[in-house]
Design a protein. Structure first.
Length: 233
């Protein structure tokens, strides 16, 4: 009976975690390049402790046109590399800009990395006449002068690496994506791969699972209390 209570309690825990993930997915429905999170349905045991492992859906989001030359979308594998205060992070969120210092940066001002380091466009820009072009294999040029090659990398263990909206680096960058594995689309962005209808359906199903598990915990708890009362007679 006690085992049943523990199992039902773990089901409640899993349902709560699922709800948190679904809420996060829906909150990022309109976040560029966001990859939805889910949970494996079963609770895994490791060293005697219950663990709920998360999963990341890495499927391609829809691509839409913006006509902004610094908006970039990736088709296929790979992620853009960003240098943050905490080290490298990887993202599919490609709405970039040029900083006041001339560096290619993301919305937070973090440097977008090229294969040879930070990308500085200062000496290449010539006012409004400057034409920035980024090829499908990630070559960045200004007025037909080659500036840098975007650092597009592949990562594994998405579940362990996810931090906020991006994915962190647990080691030095080694696995650079091959040109045949990705395509950079200039003037486009990738939508979130969250399907609101699927998330709402999951929310309804999980609510039912939570209610069932909650009732089972109460039932078993009451049964255990009655058994203990009989033992005292």
């Amino acid at each position: 009976m006690i085992k049943g209570i523990y199992q039902s309690a773990r089901s409640l825990m899993a349902a709560n975690k699922n709800m948190e993930k679904i809420s996060g997915n829906l909150a990022n429905l309109n976040t560029v390049g966001f990859k939805r999170e889910g949970l494996f349905s079963e609770i895994l045991k490791s060293e005697g402790k219950s663990q709920i492992r998360s999963s990341v859906d890495t499927s391609q989001g829809q691509i839409y046109e913006t006509l902004n030359p610094l908006d970039l979308a990736l088709v296929g594998e790979g992620m853009f590399t960003i240098q943050t205060q905490n080290g490298y992070e990887f993202t599919r969120k490609g709405n970039f800009k040029v900083s006041d210092e001339g560096f290619l940066v993301d919305e937070q001002g973090n440097s977008v990395m090229g294969k040879n380091g930070e990308i500085n466009l200062t000496q290449f820009l010539n006012g409004e006449e400057s034409k920035i072009k980024i090829s499908r294999n990630g070559e960045l040029s200004v007025n037909e002068l080659h500036v840098a090659d975007l650092l597009i990398v592949k990562i594994d263990d998405y579940e362990k690496r996810k931090t906020g909206l991006n994915f962190n680096s647990t080691q030095d960058i080694q696995d650079i994506a091959q040109e045949s594995e990705f395509e950079v689309r200039q003037g486009y962005l990738e939508e979130s791969n969250v399907n609101p209808m699927v998330e709402l359906e999951n929310m309804i199903n999980i609510s039912k699972e939570y209610e069932t598990a909650y009732k089972m915990v109460n039932y078993l708890d009451n049964s255990l209390e009655k058994t203990n009362d009989l033992g005292r007679i």
